[in-house]
Design a protein around this ligand. Structure first.
Ligand SMILES: NC(=O)N[C@@H](CC(=O)O)C(=O)O
Ligand SMILES: [Zn+2]
Ligand SMILES: [Zn+2]
Length: 430
């Protein structure tokens, strides 16, 4: 099968190409990126006025499969992903059971090939059962395609054990994705510790809950030499420490989620569970600092932390609701609307942070770039399209979003995974 994408604006961080070009796909590879390609092909897509970017790679999603399929599955999560232009995801291991050995990693990755429209890289836990007591089978997981380990949902509070996990990860050549939260300091907090929390009578989570673990993890990365990636950074000081680490030349990268670079605690108007996520929405000053860090490339990655939950788990007060919001189907539009249109990021930086940089972090040299020889994971994005986010249209099982009813610009028109059109004109092609 050959596909010829005509007249699109190609944004390729791999080569720096930022121009109107045609893209030819043959089988699962991109074979040519040139002006005016004249050739017969099975399918021609007119991408006039659209951007042609490497498919987005989301380093942080929760597909809840196995065990929590009432929230999401490999199939429903995969459909949500490709609707958002996401062609590869890293699925977090906090499932039931927790993914903590090679057999479990292989089982999900093999099933995902059949059940999911997007590519799934299953991450493994740092400790067995995420209990923080003994290391998981890091060697077995690495051998089965898990490219990073993560205790996401919590931090490994025992620094000595975590250091051993980092040493094992370093030896296996996999990264550590760090959820930074000192659990002993949370004290029942459900939102940012500030005036708003006091107003709503809710217990707060201070910035230091995140920051002390960010500091610790950077120091442990320095000592072990492991490649460290900081998940869902939400504070100004996290960004500051990330900048410092980079200045020292440490192998540390960081991600920010759309909700953390758009919303602040001021946007919480009532005690609504759809505004509850971990880490919480912070102050406006934190949001501004994160935007600055994205602009200056201190923050390398935009990831969603797509965390679907059932309606009943979210439509309740912040004290009782589960932590987490969905993000796969809104991330590209929110990034375009809030960062690119407003001049915080260039279109090329959007492609870097949503695809090229994640590919580098995972060591996927044949992804993250629209150029000859690379895998044909491509997204065609129409930056002109305006609409209102409607959670009822989500393909994800999770409808838990604080962005319902928000006006945005930018729509995924077509998503190609491995040379196969899996999403087009508002519909998935299963
Ligand atoms: N982000 C969240 O609020 N929740 C995540 C866990 C996590 O990412 O820490 C979840 O698994 O639901
Ligand atoms: Zn987390
Ligand atoms: Zn998460």
């Amino acid at each position: 099968m050959t596909i010829l994408i005509k007249n699109g604006h190609v944004l390729d961080p791999g080569t720096g190409l930022d121009d109107i070009c045609d893209v030819l796909i043959d089988g699962d590879r991109i074979t040519e990126v040139e002006k005016n390609i004249e050739t017969e092909s099975d399918r021609v897509i007119d991408a006039d006025g659209c951007w042609v970017m490497p498919g987005f790679i989301d380093l942080h999603v929760h597909f809840r499969d196995p065990g929590l399929e009432y929230k999401e599955t490999l199939a429903t999560g995969g459909r949500a992903a490709v609707r958002g232009g996401v062609t590869t995801v890293c699925a977090m291991p906090n499932t039931k059971p927790v993914i903590d050995n090679g057999v479990k990693v292989r089982e999900v990755m093999e099933r995902a090939k059949r059940e999911s429209l997007t590519n799934v890289i299953q991450l493994g836990a740092v400790t067995r059962g995420q209990k923080g007591e003994e290391l998981a089978d890091i060697n077995g997981m690495a051998e089965n395609g898990c490219r990073a380990i993560s205790e996401d949902g919590k931090s490994v509070m025992n620094a000595s054990l975590y250091r051993k996990g980092m040493q094992a990860a370093k030896k296996e050549g996999v990264a550590v994705f760090a959820h930074c939260e000192d659990i002993t300091m949370v004290e029942g907090g459900v939102m940012n510790a500030d005036e708003k929390a006091r107003e709503l009578g809710l217990p707060g989570i201070t910035n230091a809950v995140e920051d002390v673990i960010v500091a610790r993890d950077i120091l442990l990365a320095k000592e072990t030499g492991v490649q460290l990636h900081l998940c869902h950074c939400s504070t100004a000081d996290s960004a500051k420490m990330l900048a410092l680490a980079k200045k020292e030349g440490l192998p540390v990268t960081g991600e920010v989620c759309p909700h953390h670079f758009i919303l602040s605690t001021d946007d919480i108007c009532e005690d609504d569970g759809n505004f509850k996520m971990n880490p919480p929405l912070r102050s406006r000053a934190d949001v501004e600092a994160l935007r600055e860090a994205l602009k200056n490339d201190v923050v390398d990655v935009i990831a969603t932390d797509h965390a679907p939950h059932a309606e009943a788990e979210k439509n309740r007060s912040m004290k009782l609701a589960a932590f987490g919001i969905v993000g796969l189907e809104t991330s590209a539009a929110l990034t375009y609307t809030e960062l690119v249109e407003k001049g915080v990021l260039t279109p090329m930086q959007m492609a870097e942070k949503m695809s090229y940089n994640p590919a580098r972090i995972l060591g996927l040299s044949d992804k993250g770039s629209v150029s000859a020889g690379k895998i044909a994971d491509v997204v065609i994005f129409d930056p002109r399209k305006e609409y209102v986010i409607d959670k009822n249209t989500f393909l994800s099982k999770g409808k838990n979003t604080p962005f319902h009813g928000r006006k945005v610009k930018g729509e995924v028109r077509c998503t190609i995974v491995g040379g196969r059109i899996v999403y087009e004109g508002g519909k998935t092609i299963d």
